[in-house]
Design a protein. Structure first.
Length: 158
């Protein structure tokens, strides 16, 4: 089973002009308990079933298993998902030797933009683009599974 190591940040500047790809994503959760999730995702013309384990290292890493499935199967599985389907566009932005996945959310999470960078090791260094804001790695409210339960529009201004 693969281990995902990633850091998560808020986005505080203009990034779209640097993006080399963008795809609309719809995803729902069949299970999202105790940090374990079973997710159904439709990304463009592809679909995936993903199982993630609980976070370790303060939210920096977790086990992940993912399998591509037919889009029609994913649409049918979406009907089994808990309420709170996530709708977003994912932009891919190169910075140094890494690619950031920048998610711009819609619907109940409108106004939230989060960037993630996958790393080979927890202490791996990476170039920080000028639009990268506050680090929120390990802050559960920014996890997509949490956003599907408690969307950004419900958060109190801080």
């Amino acid at each position: 089973m693969a281990q995902e190591i990633e850091r998560k940040f808020l986005v505080r500047g203009s990034f779209k002009e640097a993006a080399f790809a963008a795809l609309r994503i719809s995803q729902g959760y069949i299970c999202r308990d105790s940090g374990r999730t079973v997710r159904v995702r439709i990304r463009g013309e592809q679909a995936f079933l993903t199982i993630k384990g609980p976070s370790a290292d303060g939210g920096l890493s977790r086990f992940e298993w993912e399998k591509e499935i037919p889009v029609q199967d994913a649409r049918e599985l979406m009907t089994l998902c808990d309420p709170g389907i996530i709708d977003k566009t994912r932009y891919l932005v190169k910075a140094g030797k890494h690619t950031f996945e920048v998610d711009e959310f819609y619907g109940d999470n409108e106004g939230l933009i989060v960037a993630e960078v996958e790393l080979g090791a927890p202490d791996e260094s990476f170039e920080r683009p000028s639009w990268l804001g506050e680090e929120v790695t390990g802050e559960r409210r920014y996890y997509n599974a949490s956003l599907s339960r408690n969307p950004y529009k419900n958060w109190k201004s801080t």
